[in-house]
Design a protein around this ligand. Structure first.
Ligand SMILES: *Cc1c(COP(=O)(O)O)cnc(C)c1O
Length: 389
């Protein structure tokens, strides 16, 4: 099957299938062996070497989804992030990272890179000048994440790719929030695309996994370190992830549609102060999002009016569940100030634009009418309670 001729949903459903030649079953069999007959010097098959039949098949599917030459599947998003960064950085090197990053990536950088003698800088903002002013003679990598968490600001992929080319740097992106359905950074000149497959790729809140997609040459470099660090994914979960990705296209498109409608509804709702969604014309990065994204994604953040207690509101929801994670078929909600950004001071949170009443909604595939009804009953409940007090 030649991926170049296939469209999104066909790639999701079929590409990289492991053929069941014995029984002609319609789905990939799982090869669970950790021990294979020795083939030759080049092929030593072993799950930690990322080369079992299921690992190879799923990697092909992901590479096709991200318009990449090659891919590797990891045991978590952080295994993919840490292995990719370390593969391109050595003692004495420097990496520029964008200001707002996933908390785990931020922690890895500030807590671990020093011990390898690797220096780092975070940008002040997301403009070309913000990145340029942090580049040093020993900079080797630029790391970005767009849309960002939780305010869904957009980083300009073309600008980053150009800047990196001028300075001969490798560019890496965490593409988790967009998913390959909405954004293919390689088409804009970004080198390495990383996913927490725990989120949209898995999509059912029951898989921990990660992925990296890039050129053959870059993947070889990441593989070479990855086999030594040992972050590959068990074939049982590889199989489950392959099964999940069959519906990636239809899931994410349903989430895009729901989120766009909800964002519009929220922007006219009197219980809400501000809505952050890159698909709204009022979002400061709307034009940029339109240029580099096919869909605007399933993540929305919003601030409730100050007279509505956000904790009470979340506790009053009946369909939308409180959850730290995101991107499942079920809608979930979280307070960044009380979870992902709880360790920052209130002042620092304010500086980053994360108010106490900000909520981040991961929109699922439920019917929009039921999600709106859930929102409305929760607001009414909180308001009735505050009148009683
Ligand atoms: C969850 C997440 C990660 C980390 O992935 P794990 O699978 O939890 O290791 C990285 N980046 C983003 C944007 C995420 O949401």
């Amino acid at each position: 099957m030649n991926s170049k001729n296939l469209m999104l949903n066909t790639i999701c459903t079929h590409l990289g299938e492991v053929k069941d030649n014995q029984y002609k079953g319609a789905v990939s069999p799982i090869y669970t062996a950790t021990s294979y007959a020795y083939e030759n010097v080049d092929v030593k098959r072993y799950p930690r070497y990322f080369n079992t039949p299921n690992q190879i098949g799923l990697a092909k599917k992901l590479a096709a989804l991200e318009h990449a030459e090659s891919a590797l599947i990891f045991g978590s998003g952080m295994a993919a992030v840490s292995t990719s960064l370390l593969a391109f950085l050595k003692a004495g090197d420097h990496v520029v990272l964008q200001k707002v990053l996933y908390g785990g990536t931020y922690n890895f950088v500030v807590e671990e890179l020093k011990r390898f003698g690797i220096d780092f800088s975070f940008t002040e903002g997301l403009s070309e000048k913000d990145f340029e002013e942090k580049i040093k003679p020993n900079t080797k990598v630029i790391f970005i994440e767009t849309p960002s968490n939780p305010l869904l600001s957009i980083t300009d992929l073309t600008m980053i790719a150009k800047l990196a080319k001028t300075n001969q740097l490798i560019t890496m992106i965490d593409n988790t929030f967009a998913s390959p359905v909405n954004q293919n950074p390689i088409d804009f000149g970004i080198d390495v695309v990383i996913h927490s497959a725990t989120k949209y790729l898995g999509g059912h809140s029951d898989i921990l996994a990660g992925a990296v997609c890039s050129s053959e040459e870059n993947i070889e470099k990441i593989f070479s370190l990855g086999k030594n660090l040992g972050g590959s994914l068990s074939d049982y979960t590889v199989w489950l992830l392959e099964r999940s990705i069959k519906t990636l296209g239809i899931r994410v498109k349903a989430q895009n549609r729901n989120a766009k409608k909800l964002a519009k509804y929220f922007s006219k709702n009197e219980a809400i102060d501000t809505v952050y969604y890159p698909g709204l014309k009022t979002h400061p990065d709307y034009e940029l999002a339109k240029e580099q994204m096919r869909g605007f994604g399933g993540m929305i953040s919003f601030e409730l009016k100050s007279d509505i207690d956000s904790v009470e509101f979340v506790n009053s929801l009946e369909i939308i569940k409180p959850s730290m994670s995101l991107a499942g078929v079920e809608s979930t909600i979280v307070s960044p100030a009380k979870t992902s950004h709880a360790l920052l001071s209130q002042e620092e949170r304010k500086k980053q634009g994360i108010s106490e009443n900000l909520l981040r909604l991961s929109v699922g595939i439920e019917d929009k009418r039921d999600l709106i009804a859930d929102f409305e009953q929760a607001v009414s409940k909180v308001k009735a309670k505050s009148i009683l007090i």
